[in-house]
Each structure stands twice: as structure tokens, then as C-alpha cells.
Design a protein around this ligand. Structure first.
Ligand code: M6R
Length: 607
């Protein structure tokens, strides 16, 4: 959730720490801070709110230290404030932390009893005082951190900076990612390779339980048992992935508009476009022997999984269970070796999804990871990787990652069907033909932006909004509602259109916009009937569908977004951009920050 960085530089590091934090701000933006050694003395600057507030402080009070650590925070323990902002400090060190130290209460009481005075409400301060105590007892920084780490429980990444130690940073990873960057006479630590991309492409990742001693001369890794271990330096491609907005006002707008291209790239990864056949996929189990598929994910990735369930069941005739990861991991569901788990995650670091993957594997199942960040924990742990080629997604609201997830799942569903003999070669070609048409159709829907902005003016005045759909359009209704909620803070609900009369219809009146997603498929007539029910109660319908759907309904619509003709199967990929743009423009009209909505963070590495 939080972003952390550490730099051992050859020149003053504050500008580069700030540069790295800008690339990590998507992980949290409640407060930010930096600590450097100024003539050997620990010096901290921290600010509540977005990074620009810290930037202003740094302009007023420049720091000249050549070693430093930085942090951008998503608050877990303690409200967003300058006091609770990282780095946290004890007399001998400063520390930045991403994650949660679960046993902090017991440790805090113990440390208070030993005379420590806590200045913040955070769990992080215990990680500072534990090491400080070891230093006070005469241990070296390396010995002190080694001893303190044994006492911490939870999921975290830490980077320590020590008073008077101009050539030493110590990092640790337990459940939250941390990477080491190798520069030219400079060394780096960061939450991800993207943060370090302006400085180096040579990256080594800490593995679970690792901790690392970094000097300007290199890095020494130790595992959870303190054995010195080698971690491979890889060439990261993150440098080529520019985290820039271009001519767009927000990353989210840019990412929405990138979808035809990145969905096309993702499809080309799975499909031989000239032969219109699926490329071979390295299934982690024999598809013919699979008895059940379990899909596990969070948030928007979960919505993609819900749509995938329709496709896998329809094409491969395999039963599919789907769960949000925070439930799956603790529900202790029975898992068999003949089960195939599919975990979906943009970041590849979502704590609950990662834990669910570990659970499924521990029960003997093999897992496919549909992941956007190839170097992430989930991508590395999964038995087979099914990449999405969305490129870095910076806007907190997931958009292009979602449609790329859909593209990947659609290919897996067809692949499973073929491998299990549930689909003929000609059916495969027909479906792939529909699928490869999706990016072009998606590009057409993007042209509806002016109409969508117009409708968004009306949504911006609403208190509640209902989204309805049937079949695979039902999860898209859920996703549309999630997008509107997280960006505009307007209350929105997604419902299966057939469920309307079982409760939500009571909400409908002339103040209630109802967004109906009605692709041309076997269920269209039924969705049209549901629209009649809404209209009969004065509800204001915004229809997303083909002209044919509007004609069938023959109703006075509050808004109509005419969709291009899409085959019955993959409409969610094409229609997704409309609900994304509706939410985006509503938020912008309401003056909300579309890239960094309140209380959210991009990468949810805590439970
Ligand atoms: O990185 P992940 O795909 O695992 O993240 C899952 C959710 O946290 C994420 O999709 C979240 O719901 C987004 N804010 C939705 O726009």
C-alpha cells in the first residue's frame, strides 16, 4: 500500500528520493516524508497530504545528504497526519515501512515498559525502537536489525537508515515487496522496479523472509534463517514503461484510451493472429483432468473473474467457483489436486490474493496467475503465468488492466474448451474472430466520450445510481457501480437485472438513474422487460446497448450510448470503456481527484 524508497547516492539524494516517490504515489497519498543524513545527523521532513506538500517543504528547506529514505503513505494505524507520516525515528535510526506489524500492541507495551516514549499512533515505531534497543546494547546495525526482525509478525517491507552510517541501508521483506537496484556507484531500494526505473534497470528482488544489507559497493542478501544467499540480478523492462500522462488530464483518462492497443497486445500474446488459432499454453495441470476451476481475486480483478466464470462454464463446460480473496483465504474451502486455481491481480501484490494462491497451492492445486506486473510476487509464485500486457496502470481505478484481464481469461476459457474436447477447431476460430475484433470495437466506443460526458453531468447530481445487466453484463454492472463509487463517492449498486423485482425495485423513483447494460444476446428481451419495469416506476434509464436494444425497448430514455455490433460473447470487453468513462467524467465534473480517490491505494498489500 505504502511506497518506500532508499538511496545510497554519489550526490545529494533528496531530488531522486522525491522522483522515486512520485512513481510510487499510486500506492498511497495520505502523507509523505524523507530522511537523510546531514553531516551524519538524521534529518527528517514530513508533510500531510499529497507528495506536492512534501515537495514544497523540500524547496523551502533543501536537504544535501547523499544517503536517504522516503515514504508515501496509505494510512493503516493512525490517521493521516504529519506526526504519523514516515520516516519514523528513534535516536539512532529512521525507518520507512509498508505493511502491518500485527504484534505491535504487545511490542509497544513491552517497549513502553522499557522507557520508550511513542510519538505516533502507528505500528511502525516499534520497528524503530526494537532496533534502537539492540544498538543501545552494543550490537552493530546489521546484528540489531537481524535480531529485531525475529520479533516482528505480520506482512511488511522495511528500510532502515542509521545515524552516522553514511554507507548503509538495511531492507527487509516479509509479505510486502522490496527490490534492490544496482546503479553506477549508487545503490537503491524500492517497493517496485518502476520506482527505480529512472536510475537503474538492474534489479534484484528480495524473496519472502529475506533481508538485505546495502552499501554503495553492493548488496548482501540473507534469508529468514540469516544465511547469506544470492538473489539474481535481472534486467527490468520498467524503464521503458513511462509513467507519464502525455496530453491527458489524468492517468485514468490516458489508460482508458490505451485500451484498444493494450487489449490487442494481450490478445496477440495468446492468439496467433495470422492462423487465428490459440498459441500453445503451458497448462500447469492436464486440462482433461481438471474437475473444477476456482477463481480468486479482489475488487475489479474479481469482476473480471466473474465474467471469466461465464466464459469458462459456457465454452469449456467446467464448473467454476469464484471468491473474493479475503473470504477464500480464511474460509478453508476444500481444494483437490484436480482443481485448477486462477488468481487474478493487476499488481500481483494484493495481500489477500497472494495468501489465497498460497492456500490453494498448499492444498495441492496448481494455479495460473493472470497478472499485469511480471516481476510481482503472484506472477513469480503461480505455477503458470498468464500475463496481461496492459503496461503500468497508475490511476488507482483499474481500467486497462481489467479489459486485458478479460482478454486473457477469454483465451484461457477457449484454450480449456479446446484441450478438453468441448470445442471444435472451427468454433475456436469463430470465437477468436470475435475476440480479435474487440480492440477495434473498443476504439469505436471511446468516440462516445462527448455523449458520456454529457450524461455524466446528470449522474453528478444523483445521490444513488443503479447498474443492471444480465449474463456477463451483470458483472460489468457490478464493475460500473464500483467505478462510480470509488471515483465520485456517489452510492451505486450493481444488480443482476432479474433480481430487480426481488428488492432493489423499491428504490426506484424519478431521482434514480438506472444504467442498463444490454448487449445483443439471448437475454436481451428479458433485460428489455426489466427496463419496462424501471420505466413504469418513473426510473431514469441510461441504456448502453445497440440501436436494436433501444428500438426494442421503445421507451423515453434519459440517455443512450449506442454500441457497435458485437458478437454475443465478448461484449463486456467492448462495453467496459463506457462505464469507465461515465465514472471518470462524473468524478471530474464533481471536482474529485480521478487518479487518487480518497482513502484508496493502488496496491493493497495489507489485509
Ligand atoms: O492489483 P489487484 O488487481 O490485485 O487489485 C485488486 C483491487 O484492489 C483493485 O482492482 C481495486 O478494486 C481497484 N481500485 C478497482 O478500480
Amino acid at each position: 500500500m505504502c511506497g518506500i524508497v532508499g538511496i545510497l547516492g554519489a550526490k545529494p539524494v533528496a531530488p531522486d528520493v522525491l522522483k522515486a516517490l512520485k512513481r510510487l504515489e499510486y500506492r498511497g497519498y495520505d502523507s509523505a516524508g524523507i530522511a537523510t543524513l546531514e553531516k551524519g545527523r538524521l534529518t527528517r521532513l514530513r508533510a500531510e497530504g499529497k507528495l506536492k506538500n512534501l515537495e514544497a517543504k523540500l524547496e523551502a528547506t533543501p536537504l544535501s545528504g547523499t544517503i536517504g529514505i522516503g515514504h508515501t503513505r496509505w494510512a493503516t494505524h493512525g490517521k493521516p497526519s504529519e506526526t504519523n507520516a514516515h520516516p519514523h525515528a528513534s535516536p539512532r535510526l529512521a525507518v520507512v515501512h509498508n505493511g502491518i506489524i500485527e504484534n505491535f500492541r504487545a511490542l509497544r507495551e513491552e517497549l513502553i515498559a522499557r522507557g520508550h516514549q511513542f510519538a505516533t499512533e502507528t505500528d511502525t515505531e516499534v520497528a524503530a525502537f526494537l532496533v534502537d534497543d539492540e544498538l543501545a546494547a552494543g550490537k552493530s546495525p546489521v546484528e540489531a536489525v537481524g535480531a529485531a526482525l525475529k520479533r516482528l509478525r505480520g506482512a511488511f517491507a522495511l528500510v532502515y537508515l542509521f545515524e552516522g552510517e553514511e554507507n548503509l541501508l538495511i531492507g527487509a521483506r516479509q509479505g510486502a515487496p522490496l527490490a534492490v537496484g544496482y546503479g553506477d556507484g549508487e545503490m537503491y531500494l524500492g517497493s517496485d522496479a518502476l520506482a527505480l526505473a529512472p536510475f537503474t534497470e538492474r534489479i534484484a528482488y528480495l524473496e519472502e523472509g529475506d533481508w538485505v544489507v546495502v552499501t554503495r559497493e553492493g548488496a548482501v542478501f540473507r534469508d529468514a534463517e540469516d544465511r547469506v544467499v544470492k538473489r539474481r540480478i535481472i534486467h527490468s523492462a520498467a524503464g521503458g514503461l513511462l509513467a507519464e500522462k502525455g496530453n491527458y488530464r489524468h492517468f485514468m483518462a490516458k489508460e482508458i484510451h490505451e485500451q484498444p492497443e493494450v487489449v490487442g497486445h494481450t490478445l496477440a500474446h495468446y492468439i496467433d493472429l495470422s492462423a487465428l488459432r490459440l498459441r500453445p499454453f503451458a497448462w500447469p495441470v492436464d486440462p482433461a483432468g481438471i474437475s473444477r476451476v476456482s477463481i480468486i481475486a479482489c475488487g475489479t480483478a474479481y469482476m473480471a473473474g466473474l465474467i471469466g466464470k461465464y466464459w469458462i462454464e459456457r465454452f469449456a463446460r467446467l464448473p467454476v467457483e469464484i471468491d473474493v480473496a479475503s473470504e477464500y483465504r480464511y474460509r478453508e474451502p476444500p481444494v483437490e489436486a484436480r482443481d485448477l486455481a486462477i488468481v487474478i491481480s493487476q499488481s500481483g501484490e494484493t495481500a489477500d490474493t497472494l495468501a489465497s494462491l498460497r492456500y490453494a497451492q498448499a492444498q495441492g492445486a496448481k494455479a495460473i496467475g493472470i497478472v499485469n506486473v511480471p516481476s510481482s510476487s503472484i506472477a513469480r509464485l503461480a505455477d503458470a503465468a498468464a500475463p496481461t500486457l496492459a503496461g503500468p496502470e497508475i490511476g488507482v481505478a483499474s481500467t486497462k488492466a481489467f479489459t486485458c484481464q478479460l482478454a486473457a481469461i477469454a483465451c484461457l476459457a477457449i484454450g480449456l474448451a479446446r484441450a478438453r474436447g468441448a470445442m471444435s477447431e472451427s468454433e475456436e476460430r469463430a470465437l477468436l474472430g470475435e475476440l480479435v475484433a474487440a480492440p477495434g470495437l473498443l476504439a469505436q466506443t471511446l468516440k462516445l466520450e462527448p455523449q458520456i460526458e454529457h450524461i455524466a453531468h446528470r449522474l453528478a447530481r444523483a445521490r444513488d445510481v443503479l447498474y443492471l445487466g444480465r449474463g456477463p453484463a451483470y458483472p460489468l454492472a457490478l464493475e460500473g457501480a464500483l467505478k462510480l463509487k470509488e471515483l465520485s463517492y456517489i452510492h451505486a449498486e450493481g444488480y443482476a437485472a432479474g433480481e430487480l423485482k426481488h428488492g432493489p425495485i423499491a428504490l426506484i423513483d424519478e431521482d434514480m438513474p438506472v444504467v442498463v447494460i444490454a448487449p445483443r444476446d439471448a437475454l436481451l428481451e428479458k433485460t428489455v422487460s426489466n427496463m419496462q419495469e424501471v420505466a413504469a416506476r418513473g426510473g431514469r434509464i441510461i441504456l448502453i446497448g445497440e440501436a436494436h436494444a433501444a428500438e426494442e425497448a421503445a421507451l423515453e430514455l434519459d440517455g443512450f450510448l449506442p454500441m457497435p455490433e458485437v458478437g454475443a460473447n465478448f461484449a463486456p470487453i467492448v462495453y467496459a470503456a463506457t462505464v469507465q468513462m461515465l465514472a471518470y467524467h462524473t468524478a471530474v465534473i464533481m471536482g474529485k481527484d480521478a487518479d487518487q480517490p480518497r482513502n484508496l491505494a493502488k496496491s493493497v498489500t495489507v489485509e
